[in-house]
Design a binder for this molecule. Structure first.
Ligand code: ADP
Ligand code: MG
Length: 357
């Protein structure tokens, strides 16, 4: 097991103008960790992964596997296993022949190859499938063959680029559990790329959220969900309201803000919030943490329902509070509540958090 370090890594493509596809990225992926790059399409995830694989070389910065500098080393000298969205299997070869590919290149002997192929197919729960043709397998099985092919060489790092995107929703959920299990059992350091925040949250030890070539936040799924660093992260991970609220007083790791109705509440803030009284704070609060109350309650924040959607598990509402749209996901709503009705909202200060712009 080794750790992977990216130090100030940038990538500029020729003819792509001045903007960097990957801009000054610092990351440390721990040995045996399942680490995910998460962000919208075009934010630089694949480019970052390809630099770790050796398919692209950085324009500047260093990449290390353990203490070894691999920055300018070609892919076949890095001991990485790659898994792609489209599987990239050889359709005319058998399952075993596909898995054998990396062993052939490495000139591993026959008996040893057979043993390792069986082991890899066992790891992905495809023991006995060696003689099947690829086109006789389902999409989920094909992706597990791709995983076995990556693992059979016993790579130092496993690199996966949106490997579940071609699977339907149910199979995607099953396969993400499988990939996580296989990674933990093999102990291989994994770098995983996805634009799907639910997938990232479910699978990862830690996540780096990327936007426009930059890493905006690194943390466990819980840290990123409960303590988003910026408004972008708050909105990209799950759903979030980001309210512009006037700051009344400030303290270390805490500021008091005024809610639209006028009441003042203390909310948690990062140590380096840099806010002063009279400034405006961006405050994140999740729709599922807001509860509905009666509009007539003393001191309640009130608003008018502008949208209401029943999803089974919860009712999603959009509520106009003094011109600001506030999303609420309520398990219980008053019987007969509809668009145009006045409601009260209760915002729990302990669930509110100051984010950066
Ligand atoms: P993601 O995987 O997050 O969707 P990419 O890493 O593929 O994003 O792309 C990041 C940015 O770099 C995009 O603006 C994309 O157009 C650009 N880019 C990616 N690969 C190349 C390339 N080979 N040549 C020029 N621009 C590229
Ligand atoms: Mg990509």
């Amino acid at each position: 097991m080794i750790d992977v370090t990216l130090e100030s890594v940038s990538k500029r493509f020729p003819r792509a103008g001045d903007t960097a596809a990957v801009d000054d990225v610092d990351l440390r992926i721990g040995a045996g960790e399942f680490f995910t790059l998460l962000g919208p399409s075009g934010c630089g995830k694949t480019t970052t992964l390809r630099m770790v694989a050796g398919f692209y070389f950085p324009s500047s910065g260093r990449i290390r596997f353990g203490a070894e500098d691999v920055t300018n080393r070609p892919p076949n000298k890095r001991d990485t296993g790659m898994v792609f969205q489209n599987y990239a299997l050889f359709p005319h070869l058998s399952v075993a022949q596909n898995v054998a590919y990396g062993l052939k290149i490495r000139k591993v002997g026959r008996a040893e190859s057979r043993r390792r192929i069986d082991e890899a197919l066992g790891q992905v729960h495809l023991a006995g499938y060696g003689d099947r043709r690829i086109d006789q397998l389902s999409g989920g099985q094909q992706q597990r063959v791709a995983l076995a092919r990556a693992l059979v060489i016993r790579p130092r790092t496993l690199l996966l680029d949106e490997p579940l995107s071609n699977l339907d929703a149910k199979l995607r959920e099953e396969t993400r559990v499988e990939i996580r299990r296989i990674q933990k059992e093999s102990g291989t350091t994994a770098l995983y790329v996805t634009h799907d925040q639910a997938e990232a949250m479910a699978m990862s030890d830690r996540i780096a959220v990327m936007e426009s070539g930059r890493v905006r936040q690194v943390g466990t799924p819980q840290e990123i969900y409960h303590r988003p660093a910026t408004a972008f992260v708050a909105r990209f991970i799950g759903r979030s309201n980001v309210l512009d609220l006037p700051v009344v007083t400030v303290g270390p790791e805490r500021v008091t803000v005024a809610l639209p109705g006028g009441s003042e509440v203390p909310v948690a803030a990062p140590a380096d919030h840099g806010l002063t009284a009279g400034a405006t704070a961006l405050v994140s609060v999740r729709p599922e943490h807001i509860t509905l109350t009666s509009a007539t309650d003393e001191g309640a924040l009130t608003g008018r329902v502008t949208e209401l959607e029943f999803t089974g598990m919860a009712t999603n509402l959009l509520i106009d509070v003094a011109g600001e749209p506030v999303q609420v996901a309520a398990i219980d709503v008053p019987a007969g509540l509809g668009v145009g009705d006045q409601v009260g909202l209760s915002l729990p200060p302990e669930r509110m958090w100051v984010v950066g712009a």
